[in-house]
Design a protein around this ligand. Sequence first.
Ligand code: EPU
Length: 335
Amino acid sequence: MIKKLENYDLSAHNSFRMKAVCALYVEYDSPKDLEQMPWDEFPKPLLSIGSGSNILFTGDFPGTVLHSAIKYTKYVDLGMDDLPIAVGAGVTVDDFIAEVCGHGLWGMENLSLIPGEIGASVVQNIGAYGAEMKDVVTGVSCYDVVERRMVKFPTPQCGFAYRDSLFKQSDGRYIVTGVLVRLSRKPRPNLSYKGLAESFGGVMPETPTQVREAVIALRNGKLPDPKEIGSAGSFFKNPVVTAAHFAKICEGYATVPHFVLEGGMIKVPAAWMIEQCGFKGAVQGGAAVYEKQPLVIVNASGTASAQDVLTLENRIISAVRERFGVELHPEVVHI
Ligand code: EPU
């Protein structure tokens, strides 16, 4: 079924809770709907959103916002060790994770409590606690708005990278309708993230639900509850620098948190740099840098304007550039 709403306020469709009106809002609940849409009549540009948990609307949107309500979970055979599962783009990521953990299936538990829907999870290649969506995805089904037909991409063709994918780069061409994941019945806890391993104190978790609960406790301790305070999670990506640049960053500090990547480049937590620049808790109009995790910008007053957020973003980028010679890039998509 296709639902259309004109001049529609998107406040309830973005976790930052920015007021933004789109010319047309279209919701659909099957790939067939997409094949039957009157694409030529829709105001342009087109923008597909999930639950809007990684978007900053910087003003009204002159085009058409599309939202998938395609919701299904299909298990091929729950008895298999290595189990393919097809899931619809409109399913809430955390509901799906709770369900598969309940079935004793490993692979997604580290991504627990990440806000958003399955479609957006592959667009953004969501990640947390040493795991990324791409680790479990085996294929993605899309509607191609240019060719006007359904297409399937096996994982090697999805262009997955850190918070990036072919779908994110496609300028709205590919609308994700469903994702195929492969999860494991054999235990395979991923405790590569130090804080998560510490939650278990050397004892191996026995079920994915145990890991899920530990992840939820970690997130609740650091990240704002989207029900209580507007934000879009991490606002910036963690930058990657050369070893020589890292040595310069370290000057004057006893230790600097970092992760050495394959090939020798070094990822430095943006949160640490933002904190060093004195931005923890910084306020700009109704927006603020979250006290417990400075990588997150929050709509502290509930009435922050996009301008407040953009001004704070630019203050942070300038300060980090000046102090560390590092250019921060937003992770949150600006519309
Ligand atoms: N740090 C500080 N000060 C702070 C907080 C953190 O210096 O107040 C430093 C610490 O050294 C800490 C490091 O930053 O060890 C990393 O912090 P954290 O583990 O909280 O993770 P992050 O790198 O800041 C990334 C993801 C998160 C994800 C966490 C956990 C990005 C952009 N963000 O954040 O993802 O939940 O790791 O795996 O990669 C999101 O994408 O919206 C998101 C929340």
